[in-house]
Design a binder for this molecule. Structure first.
Ligand SMILES: [Zn+2]
Length: 715
């Protein structure tokens, strides 16, 4: 019997606990544990429980109907998850928040040429022959969350990916987007950033389409033959300015509880994270006639997509587009499902693990592959509870709502529980749990080695353990998240070790790490996935392309569970601040070089570099203290946890004070990708040396605060 067959046939009862270990090598000792052998037995009991077949059934149930945030079907999934939490023995509640959300009441797009001839009318409904899900009347039309309503008729300019450098290129070509409709393709940055820059430049509206070169036929066979986006597939998505602040628009920094009065809320229509120009997404089926009719200069070579004609930038009156968007805005109820297991020894030290549940449509991959895996993690931890085990620290599972509209459920809950989370020991996120076989992770530096260790304990369907396969897929370049992060300063990883990305944004870890300083990780397993945020991200696509036997669901449940169990029960918290110190030093050196290269003068990096050196030295001493495993580690643990909190600045980042972390933030002009030491780097990008100096001072103070706390661990 292969390992794979064994793993998926293990029965679910408590009897399974007597089965031999089916992982591929339990380590003798693990950083932070006085005696790992007892934990290893608990891990083995846990690992035997998450079940591939059950994960598949849970995924099928969760994705049976479209369940956009705030809908009846979304509420049904909350009840379902709550039942599963309760059955596992979790203290379960459904927490309601109020969120300012739009649904598309009416969307029309018409394009005409200079002679008034109609080129296209849309949007065309998403459809392929052979998909059992796409014609359901509950499917919500493709739209952009947080877009205002609008009725705009204007000339069209093609702006490639809508990145700062793309708009700069248009300047060079002498093409203005002022008063125009910007037609931009998905990719390269967060869609809200495309709208943000277009708005800054006076555009009248934005249309965002998926080019077949990015996730369609140019990449491989399209669905239903293969995993890539078919002609009518549209990527829905939020254009909220989440790099200003995520969560409900009317309550930055405050929980949007149902009883919070209007007087305590900002006016949502004009709130700081709401775009002021209308935008909407379309398919390449609908974009092609517009693009083909554009004239003006031929696009720069890299701007050419995979449609079968030469692209032009437009802006010369050859095409007029009329866009009508009627958004139905209202405060709508959303539902987080919270499941708690009280800790016996350190009940106030929370280990929080979460995944969002709401989907643009069916969300088989995004996010319910993560939800099904989380339910199997809960299943495994429930079996431990039934055997009499209790965690030392409190474990909290969160099934977040309205992530898609702007990380709303997680942000509101985090803001609601900010005081308790100030000493939460970790937040573990999963969003897209499984879109294929390639495991990958992002984490705060102090938890990078922790994640590596955890993956060594879990067997992989292809043989060996998850860590081995992860390393293999990275060396073969299959890992997409890795390549997306490769320029972001990961020089502190050990030679030959797997690389772990930095946390940017685009999922629910953002309020935990970047607003509250809770050490966080994000894990998932990826593969060719061209149907993101379309009706085709459904159960049928999933079983054809992602994980037909749900063994990667099982793997995901196991890795997620071991993360939680280790953090809940470790004696000494296993943060590695030596790696953190080295990464900060590298970020500073890279920023210094950038300032020199771009001739931004007057920035003195010496105090920050000295502080980083002090941090690293103190971290080395603290590391020895951690390895010495003091008999009563409570004080040491408190100090270790405080270090991440010391890296927050109370003022937050310039013009976006909600983002308090001095080392990591989503980029103002990237959105998803992390910007490291953001205050300093963004000041250099803006060639603002006054702001850069002030930000270097703030950063130096934060690093020195953290270093000072690390020094107290050995006093
Ligand atoms: Zn998601």
């Amino acid at each position: 019997m292969t390992r794979r067959a064994l793993a998926s046939s293990i029965c679910l009862s408590a009897l399974a606990f007597s089965l031999p270990a089916q992982n591929s090598g339990t380590p003798q000792s693990v950083f932070g544990y006085r005696d790992f052998s007892a934990q290893a037995k608990i891990d083995q009991q846990f690992l035997a429980v998450p079940d591939a077949k059950l994960a598949g059934e849970e995924l099928k149930t969760l994705t049976a109907a479209p369940h956009i945030a705030g809908s009846k079907e979304d509420h049904d999934t909350a009840l379902y998850v709550a039942e599963k939490f309760k059955a596992a023995g979790l203290d379960t509640s459904i927490v309601t928040y109020k969120a300012w959300l739009n649904l598309p009441k009416e969307i029309h797009i018409t394009a005409t040429d200079a002679s008034g001839k109609t080129l296209m009318t849309g949007p065309t409904p998403e459809h392929v022959d052979g998909d059992p899900f796409d014609d359901d009347p509950r499917v919500v039309n493709a739209f952009n969350g947080s877009s205002p309503s609008g009725d705009v008729t204007a000339d069209v300019v093609y702006a490639n990916y809508g990145r700062p450098e793309d708009f700069k290129k248009l300047d060079d070509l002498g093409i203005s987007v002022k008063g125009k409709i910007v037609l931009t393709r998905y990719g390269g940055n967060f869609r809200g950033v495309k709208v943000y820059i277009a708005q800054e430049r006076g555009a009248a509206g934005v249309i965002i389409y998926s080019d077949p070169s990015d996730d369609g036929y140019f990449r491989g066979d399209k669905y239903p033959k293969g995993p890539y986006r078919p002609d009518t597939g549209v990527q829905r998505g939020s254009v909220q300015f989440l790099f200003k602040y995520p969560g409900d628009a009317s309550t930055p920094g405050v929980a949007s509880t149902p009883d919070l009065p209007e007087s305590k809320r900002e006016k949502p229509e004009t709130a700081g994270n709401m775009p002021q120009i209308p935008s909407t997404p379309i398919s390449y089926h609908d974009a092609a006639p517009i693009l083909e009719a554009l004239n003006g200069p031929t696009v720069p070579h890299e701007w050419q997509g995979a449609l079968s004609f030469t692209y032009h930038v437009g802006g010369s009156g050859s095409v007029k587009v009329h866009v009508v968007l009627q958004q139905d805005y209202a405060y709508r109820d959303i539902w987080d499902v919270i499941g708690k297991i009280p800790g016996t020894e350190w009940p106030n030290d929370w280990v929080v693990a979460g995944n969002h549940r709401d989907a643009w449509v069916y969300g088989a991959v995004d996010p319910n592959s993560g939800t099904a895996a989380m339910l199997e993690t809960v299943h495994g931890i429930g079996a431990l509870l039934k055997s009499g085990w209790k965690p030392k620290r409190t474990i909290i599972f969160g099934s977040w709502d309205a992530e898609e509209e702007g990380l709303i459920g997680s942000t509101e809950w985090a803001e609601d529980n900010a005081a308790a989370l100030a000493h939460a020991v970790a937040y573990f996120n999963t969003d897209v749990g499984v879109s294929g076989p390639n495991f990958d992770a992002s984490a705060v530096p102090s938890l990078k080695d922790f994640v590596r260790e955890v993956t060594k304990e879990v067997s992989a369907p292809k043989g060996g353990n998850v860590y081995d396969q992860w390393k293999k897929s990275q060396s073969e370049g299959e890992s997409r998240r890795h390549s997306a992060n490769e320029h972001m300063g990961q020089g502190a990883h050990k030679e030959g070790d797997v690389e772990i990305g930095d946390l940017g944004s685009g999922s629910d870890y953002t309020p935990f790490i970047q607003h509250l300083g809770v050490p966080s990780t994000d894990i998932g397993s990826s593969g060719p996935y061209g149907v993101y945020h379309s009706v085709f991200d459904n159960y049928n696509w999933f079983i054809k392309n992602a994980d037909p036997t749900f063994v990667y669901e099982q793997q995901q449940a196991r890795v997620f569970g071991i993360e939680i169990l280790h953090m809940a029960d470790t004696d000494v918290l296993p943060y590695d601040y030596v790696i953190y110190g080295k990464e900060i030093t590298e970020y500073l050196n890279t920023a210094k070089k950038k300032a020199d290269d771009s001739k931004v003068s007057g920035l003195d990096f010496a105090p920050a570099l000295t502080a980083a050196q002090r941090f690293t030295s103190a971290a080395e001493a603290a590391h020895k203290k951690q390895q010495s495993l003091p008999a009563n580690p409570t004080e040491l643990n408190t100090q270790l946890r405080q270090v991440e909190g010391d890296l927050l600045s109370s003022a937050g980042l310039p013009k976006r004070p909600w983002f308090k972390h001095t080392i990591y933030a989503p980029g103002e002009y990237t959105g998803y990708a992390a910007v490291v030491i953001p205050g300093v780097n963004e000041a250099i990008d803006a060639k603002d040396s006054t702001r850069g100096s002030a930000q270097l001072t703030t950063l130096t103070e934060a690093i020195n605060r953290a270093a000072s706390t690390l020094e107290t661990t050995i006093k």
